[in-house]
Design a protein around this ligand. Structure first.
Ligand code: ATP
Length: 235
């Protein structure tokens, strides 16, 4: 579904991605793990066209999206949930969800997707008229994911969905990630600091260090890898 070929991304003169190659197959959950500053968020923002690649190519369903504007990339079926649950705090839950469907005009389908996010996260239905900023951290993350789902993505990019959440909310978010993948047939690229949980739900994983990919493989193998255990799992 998605392929990055030797992608290099810069912030001014600083090379943040130094030739990243990876692929995400249709229906997979792929996780990108690594320390702070390794380049994980930059990889997601490069895919979305927010910090465009200077070198290399990005193919979505075999077509290059490297030079497309972010809104065009969303309309092709890629949606990102950025780090830090950036919902609109002064808008209600309903209005936040409406914003997610901004590029769509298929009313009946939008209603179906709204019903789906309310079955995934029933608490959001209860809070539908509440301002986003008044929700708990876990609920805001649910809203951020739901808002992204309202654009009906085929590929969902999640940046640190568990960051700053209480342990119970973390468990819940990872369960929902698996559910969205299996029930809703949404392919997922998941960036996480919580390497253990991420590798538990993912099919395959990539390890990033200092702007490059240093290790990749099936998640079950990475969980057993001594280097990963030492560096990322605290074992
Ligand atoms: P984190 O988990 O801390 O977000 P990360 O793996 O997602 O880490 P990135 O945020 O992609 O890493 O950062 C990769 C590199 O690019 C880092 O060296 C970072 O300092 C640098 N960087 C990120 N954003 C910018 C920016 N807006 N301007 C300049 N340098 C940046």
């Amino acid at each position: 579904m998605l392929e990055l070929k030797n992608v290099e991304t810069y912030y001014g003169n600083i090379k943040a991605l130094k030739g990243i190659s990876l692929f995400v197959g249709d229906g997979e959950i792929i996780t990108l793990i690594g320390a702070n500053g390794a380049g994980k968020s930059t990889t997601l923002m490069t895919i979305c066209g927010i910090t465009p690649a200077r070198i290399g190519d990005i193919l979505f369903e075999k077509k290059s999206i490297r030079s497309l504007e972010p809104n065009r990339i969303v309309s092709l079926g890629i949606s990102q949930v950025p780090e830090g649950r950036r919902i609109f705090p002064l808008l209600t839950v309903a209005e936040n969800l409406d914003m997610g469907a901004f590029l769509r005009n298929d009313r009946a389908e939008i209603q179906k997707d709204l019903d789906y996010v309310f079955t995934l996260f029933p608490i959001l239905k209860k809070r539908i008229h509440q301002q986003g900023g008044t929700l708990s951290g876990g609920e805001q993350q649910m809203l951020a994911i739901s808002r992204a789902l309202m654009s009906k993505p085929r590929l969902l990019l999640l940046d640190e969905p568990s960051l700053g959440l209480a342990p119970l909310a973390v468990q819940q978010i990872f369960q929902m990630i698996q559910k969205i993948n299996s029930e809703n047939k949404t392919t997922i690229l998941l960036v996480e600091q919580n390497a253990f949980m991420a590798l538990k739900v993912a099919h395959r994983g990539y390890v990033m260090e200092n702007g490059t990919i240093t290790l990749e493989g099936p998640a079950v193998d990475l969980l057993k890898d001594e280097r990963i255990k030492r560096a990322y799992l605290g074992l």
